[in-house]
Design a protein around this ligand. Structure first.
Ligand code: CA
Length: 405
């Protein structure tokens, strides 16, 4: 069994990094896996949800119920866009259940346009929605301006049901593809049975748009569908990653008590999730996400190939179990040694990070678990411009996990 040696940097002074004190956790050294050092970059945050970096070493991060903040290159922190105390107070932002301010992304041409993007729950309309909002940040990272809501109609679960509270299953990750330059937006099914297979609405989808929110070319959306839809038939996608070399997007999503899924995506593809009741089947609140949607009583499948024979096939299903698969990102660079090109997958309930080896067809051929790091609900995994892996946990921390020479 391969076990990485892990040296842990304990930070005594919460807030900014970092007086380092290394403690070796021991363990045996693999010849090929990297040796890692963990540093606590920030702690004491409230539900940090996502992280993004600009070209000049600045880290942006969201907190679900507070908003968007920046950690400047000199370590100072400024709240930019959110609740009271932010440079710009956002009256329509609200926080409920799994929703609030979720994903953050930096424009590929940021050095020219200073554009940032966030995914947030908004009550600007009579009907609450999730939105993707574009902002311009100033040169000193003191404030934002020029708000433009580029996608305003991502469905939101407004009322609780037996299946979960309001705000459930909003998705919320946003990422620019480094290869095609378009913005990918992941959404959730809101515990709404018909939503994932409904091509006129944006829930249970992966969207692909231009920087102004219009449909990207080449989405291959089935006829009659909203042209912003890249793939559909998803449950609650909170992870998306782009494979180095090919640029192929992979989704990572959380199963309904079974079958977390990593899935290589193809434009126009159907992920095969359909929690609406079949004929002669009844499910509470018209949602069969946790019970059978079928008259033959088979469990509702994350990828129902009986109904959808051409559905996108998952790479990996977490051995058929669900442990709250959240975000994922590919590791890239020689510093990762045997893990260069592998997919790091974070788990919430599972409180760990797995490293998946994926073959040229996109299928997983093996996996290992990062050892020696604390057990936390892993919310966001982001490959930093310095080649390290940054991790936000539900326990209010942001870590830096770097290869250690
Ligand atoms: Ca699927």
């Amino acid at each position: 069994m391969l076990i990485a040696v892990l040296a842990v940097c304990v930070i005594l002074n919460v807030g900014n990094c970092c007086a380092e004190q290394e403690i070796s956790t021991g363990a045996s050294l693999s010849s090929k896996e990297p040796t890692l050092t963990r540093t606590n970059v920030l702690s004491g945050l409230r539900d940090p949800w996502d992280i993004a970096f600009t070209h000049d070493g600045v880290m942006l991060f969201t907190e679900k119920c507070r908003g968007l903040s920046v950690r400047r290159a000199n370590g100072t922190i400024q709240r930019l866009f959110g609740t009271s105390g932010s440079a710009v107070v956002v009256d329509d932002l609200f926080c409920q259940g799994q929703s609030g301010m979720l994903g953050v992304a930096v424009d590929p041409s940021f050095s020219d346009n200073r554009f940032l993007y966030i995914f947030m729950a908004s009550n600007l309309n009579d009907r609450k929605t999730n939105r993707v909002v574009r902002l311009v940040v100033d040169a000193g990272y003191t404030t934002v301006s020029n708000r433009k809501d580029i996608v305003t109609d991502i469905p939101y679960k407004s009322a609780g049901t037996i299946w979960g509270g309001a705000g459930a299953h909003s998705g919320g990750r946003i990422r620019f593809s480094p290869s095609d330059g378009f913005l990918y937006i992941t959404t959730g099914d809101n515990h709404n049975g018909p939503l994932p297979q409904d091509l006129t609405r944006l829930g249970g989808k992966v969207l692909r748009v231009n920087r102004d929110g219009t449909a990207a070319p080449g989405n291959n959306t089935p006829a009659g569908g909203d042209p912003r839809i890249f793939t559909y038939g998803h449950r609650n996608v909170q992870g998306i990653a782009f494979r180095p070399g090919t640029g192929q997007p992979f989704s990572c999503e959380h199963g309904p008590g079974h079958s977390d899924e990593v899935t290589p995506l193809v434009a126009g593809g159907n992920g095969g999730w359909d929690p609406k009741p079949d004929q002669n089947v009844s499910c509470i609140s018209n949602y069969c996400g946790y019970t059978s949607n079928r008259s033959d009583r088979k469990p509702t499948s994350m990828t129902d190939i009986d109904k959808f024979p051409t559905a996108l096939r998952p790479s990996w299903t977490n051995n058929g179990t669900s442990e709250g698969m959240g975000h994922c990102t590919f590791l890239s660079g020689k510093q990762w040694q045997a893990w260069d090109g592998r997919l790091a997958v974070g788990f919430l309930r599972g409180s760990r990070i797995d490293i998946l080896q994926i073959d040229t067809a996109g299928m997983a051929t093996g996996h290992t678990t990062i050892s020696g790091i604390p057990s936390r609900r892993m919310r966001s995994l982001v490959h930093g411009p310095d080649g390290a892996l940054y991790i936000a946990t539900d326990q209010g921390e942001i870590w830096r996990l770097a290869t250690h020479q």
